[in-house]
Design a protein. Structure first.
Length: 264
C-alpha cells in the first residue's frame, strides 16, 4: 500500500528535511512516528528537500507499507507521536505509480520579509528581516524578468547537484501586505538556494543598490559570483506542489496552502 501525505512544519525546529544520522530532521521524526503506527520501518519520499530553517505548509511525501490502517490513523495517530513543530495535514491512499518527487509538475515557494529598523520578536524565525525600507515597486519590476525559461546559474548554490540549471518560472511576484513584503515564486523546479538567492538579489534592488534591469543582466551572465548573497532561510515556505489529476489528492492535485498567520 502506498500512502501520500500532506505535511506542515516549522523549519527552525529542525535541521532540514533530509534524514541525518543525528535524527533531528523532519524526515527522521515523521518516519519514527509513522513506524509506530505501522508497526514496521517506514521510508518517506518527499516532493522537495528543504534546508534547515525553511518551513513548509504544503510539503508532500509518500511511503509504502504492508500495514492496513484507516486514513485517520495516518493523520491523528501519527500526529500523536510528532513534536509540536510538525503535523500531518492529510493522508490519501494512492497507487504505486505515484511518486511525490518525480511526478511533481510544479512547486511554489513564498518568502515573507519584514523590513523595519528593529528585528521581529514574535515572528522571529518565521519571517526574514532587513533593517532598511525597501522599494516594492522596483522589486516587482525586477522580478517580472524571471518569468519564462532561463538558465538560473547565477542563482544556484555552488553545491547544487541538479543536472541542468534551466528552469521555467511561471510566477514571480512581489507585493507588500501591511508590514510584510511577500515574494511568490512558482516553477517546474527550483535549484538549491535558488529562491533565497533571488530574494537576496531583489533586496539589493529594493534598497537602491541595483537597478531593476540588473536581474535580467544576472540571468544572462550565468555566473553565481556576480549575484547577491544568499538570504536567510527564516521567511521561506514551501507552500504548493502540483501533480497530475490522476491521483485523488486534495484540490485535484494542486496542493496549495499559503502561510496563514501573516498574509492571505
Amino acid at each position: 500500500m502506498r500512502i501520500a501525505l500532506g505535511i506542515e512544519y516549522a523549519g527552525n525546529a529542525f535541521e532540514g528535511w533530509q534524514s541525518q544520522p543525528h535524527g533531528r530532521t523532519v524526515q527522521d521524526v515523521i518516519e519514527r512516528a509513522l513506524g509506530i503506527i505501522a508497526d514496521e520501518p517506514v521510508r518517506l519520499h518527499a516532493a522537495g528537500r528543504t534546508d534547515a530553517g525553511v518551513h513548509a505548509t504544503a510539503q508532500v511525501a509518500h511511503f509504502d507499507t504492508g500495514a492496513r490502517r484507516p486514513v485517520t490513523a495516518w493523520v491523528r495517530g501519527t500526529n500523536t507521536w510528532l513534536p509540536a513543530g510538525v503535523a500531518i495535514r492529510w493522508a490519501v491512499e494512492v497507487d504505486e505509480g505515484f511518486h511525490a518527487r518525480y511526478l511533481a509538475r510544479a512547486r511554489s515557494y513564498r518568502y515573507l520579509l519584514y523590513d523595519a529598523p528593529v528585528r521581529p520578536a514574535v515572528l522571529a524565525g518565521r519571517v526574514g528581516w532587513f533593517h532598511l525600507p525597501l522599494d516594492v515597486e522596483k522589486m516587482a519590476t525586477a522580478a517580472a524578468q524571471l518569468c519564462g525559461e532561463h538558465d538560473f546559474s547565477s542563482f544556484r548554490a555552488t553545491s547544487c547537484q541538479a543536472r541542468t540549471p534551466v528552469r521555467t518560472v511561471s510566477e514571480a511576484h512581489v507585493r507588500r501586505e501591511g508590514g510584510i513584503i511577500v515574494f511568490d515564486f512558482s516553477a517546474n523546479g527550483f535549484l538549491h538556494h535558488m529562491v533565497r538567492n533571488l530574494v537576496g538579489a531583489l533586496v539589493m534592488v529594493g534598497k537602491g543598490e541595483r537597478a531593476p534591469q540588473w536581474l535580467g543582466e544576472l540571468l544572462a551572465a550565468c555566473e553565481r559570483a556576480k549575484g547577491a548573497s544568499t538570504f536567510a532561510p527564516d521567511g521561506l515556505y514551501l507552500c504548493g506542489v502540483s501533480y497530475p489529476q490522476r491521483w485523488p489528492l486534495p484540490e485535484g492535485g494542486r496542493i496549495m496552502t499559503k502561510p496563514y498567520f501573516a498574509v492571505p
